[in-house]
Design a protein around this ligand. Structure first.
Ligand SMILES: [Zn+2]
Length: 580
């Protein structure tokens, strides 16, 4: 398996153009960096050769600074990296050395040096000592070349997508959209180059509600109402099969599917969330992961108090991680007692953790709230002081205008799950009304058992179609809004809008390259329309999360695809046995 780390030192955030320019200017100013003497002690050469090497070094450095350096040299470096599994810095250093050695006129001396220096790997000891601009620039990482259609920061969104074009091979990017990666000339070589000709570069998709390991229950029971589905199939299957091993296998399968369909961040609620965190981090994607609390005994906790203790430990263990945001996830108001819900809010406030909860998903939930508390689910939670900052409410299907006012006032982010709501016939969330009231609404798939996949492109399309149909208004939820819900609004709902959700300087480098070349996508008059109305997860070619390429040309680099699928099929036999 390729190791994306071998490219080394990729920036996790999109650098600003000024930071990039500053670094490159500083590297250019360094007098006579001379990578060869830095790599090769001159004293080891015969006196006659010392002058020759110095001369070669000078010329080499001059050419590195000059304009002659182009694609041919980039290709050489890329070739070296792949052939010898080198980091970008190693590849460049080795190439500098090799070039210098090859110019030594005396073949015997040259061969001996190649054997001694390269053969023994001594050159590695000199890594990092060279101040060549060539080497320094290589550590800046990702360069995206080709003809691009790039989306989107807020300005880009307002105008739809911005088309940025450049000749193939020319360092690209930015007109209205600042990817911050415009390189300053051909003398700089990126650690990794992605040719995005004819493709769309866009922010990674954000799934604001799922239960990752439930992919292992995909298709186990369909065509049932939520309460039947939960009580007859899901809860019994969970009681018999959920374990740390099950959760790990399920998360790996979910992460594989998410990467393959362009999801770079997701919000989760399940059991053994620490195992989900480990598997998510290994897969190299981002997660806001909530340890679930529920009133009855569950596989990882006999009582809600035990669940809260687990959640607290989980939050403390993972807080500050670059990819994982630990959270606490009370299942719902109908599966928890008021005292437990209040305690969960207190824990979240004390630990400064996000809260994830199901809200007003079905009519049954509304009935429970009415019978037990003479209230709506939303108003009941307001009455016990549950709502607070960084809270994500999944579904929000059955909410009244008064409920919407509460959600607005408490700045609750809502996760809209159109496919799950349709499949379970739960109802239609009043998304346009929520948005008009100022509630941030992200998109989610819900667990794969009620969807039955994790493809966020499909979620965008279904969201757009559902609200057009139910409101008799084709403009009720336009493509642009669906795309925003799956990106920047999802980030806002999760409280991560400063980190992810758009391609902007300083934000994390979480991005997708999406093919627009299939018959289904031809012709393309409007890339934004295509992203929502014809694109599928399978069209995603390359996925970068936190500056690290996790899928390149549809090959997932962080997971062994065959092993993940085989492991999942092994678990399916146990699941089948559990519900028989
Ligand atoms: Zn759910």
């Amino acid at each position: 398996m390729d190791d994306p780390q071998s490219f080394g030192n990729l920036p996790t955030r999109i650098p600003s153009r000024s930071a990039l320019r500053k670094a490159i200017t500083a590297a250019n100013r360094t007098p006579e960096p001379e990578c060869v003497p830095a790599l090769l002690p001159l004293a080891e050469l015969p006196p006659a050769q010392q002058a020759a090497v110095t001369e070669v070094a000078k010329r080499l450095v001059a050419s590195l600074r000059g304009r002659e350096l182009g694609i041919a040299r980039e290709n050489m470096v890329q070739g070296l990296l792949q052939e010898f599994s080198l980091s970008s810095e190693e590849g460049v250093a080795l190439m500098c050395l090799a070039e210098a050695l090859l110019r030594i006129p005396d073949a015997a001396t040259r061969d001996a040096l190649i054997r001694d220096k390269i053969g023994r790997g001594d050159w590695r000891a000199h890594l990092g000592q060279s101040t060549s601009p060539f080497v320094n620039a290589a550590t800046w990482g990702l360069l995206i070349t080709g003809k691009l259609v790039a989306t989107h920061d807020e300005a880009g969104l307002a105008n739809g997508l911005t088309r940025v074009t450049a000749r193939l091979g020319e360092p690209v990017i930015r007109k209205a959209v600042d990817l911050g990666m415009r390189l300053m000339g051909k003398q700089f070589v990126a650690g990794e180059t992605i040719d995005a000709t004819g493709q769309v570069v866009m922010p990674g998709l954000i799934n604001t509600h799922t239960h990752a390991p439930m992919v292992l229950y995909r298709g186990l029971a369909d065509d049932l109402a939520l309460m039947d589905w939960l009580q007859k199939y899901i809860f019994p299957a969970e009681a018999k099969t959920v374990s740390p091993e099950f959760v790990r296998a399920g998360t790996r399968l979910a992460a594989l599917e998410m990467i393959q369909s362009g999801t770079t961040a997701y919000a989760d609620m399940y059991y053994f969330e620490e195992e989900i965190a480990k598997a998510t981090k290994e897969a190299g994607i981002r997660g806001v992961l909530g340890q679930t609390i529920i009133q009855f005994p569950v596989p990882d906790a006999k009582t809600p108090a035990e669940g809260i203790a687990r959640a607290t430990a989980f939050i403390r263990q993972w807080s500050g991680d670059e990819l994982i945001v630990p959270a606490i996830a009370p299942h719902s108001m109908y599966t928890l007692e008021p005292a437990t819900l209040k305690e969960i809010r207190a824990v979240a406030t004390r630990e400064r953790a996000p809260v994830v909860i199901h809200l007003a998903e079905t009519r049954d939930e509304v009935k429970v709230a009415r019978d037990k508390y003479k209230s709506t689910p939303t108003a009941f939670l307001e009455s016990i002081g549950f709502w607070g900052e960084r809270t994500i409410a999944a579904h929000g299907v059955h909410v009244t205008p008064a409920d919407i006012r509460i959600l607005t006032k408490r700045r609750v982010g809502v996760s809209h799950n159109p496919e799950s709501n349709m499949k379970l016939a739960s109802g239609t969330s009043p998304v346009p009304a929520l948005q008009r009231a100022g509630v941030t609404v992200g998109l989610g798939t819900d667990g794969a058992a009620s969807n039955n996949d994790l493809d966020m492109f499909e979620a965008m399309r279904q969201a757009a179609f559902l609200h057009k149909l139910t409101s008799n208004d084709p403009s009720a939820l336009p493509a642009k809004t669906a795309l925003r819900m799956a990106t920047i609004d999802g980030a806002r709902a999760l409280g991560l809008e400063r980190e992810i959700g758009s391609l902007e300087t300083g934000k994390r480098a979480d991005l997708l390259v999406v093919s627009m070349r299939t018959a289904r996508q031809t012709p393309m008059y409007d890339p934004l329309s295509h992203l929502v109305y014809v694109t599928r997860g399978d069209d995603v070619q390359t996925v970068v999360v936190n500056g690290r390429t996790v899928m390149r040309n549809r090959k997932v680099l962080t997971l062994d695809e065959n092993a993940v699928i085989a492991e999942a099929n092994g678990w399916a036999q146990k699941v089948r046995a559990a519900v028989q």
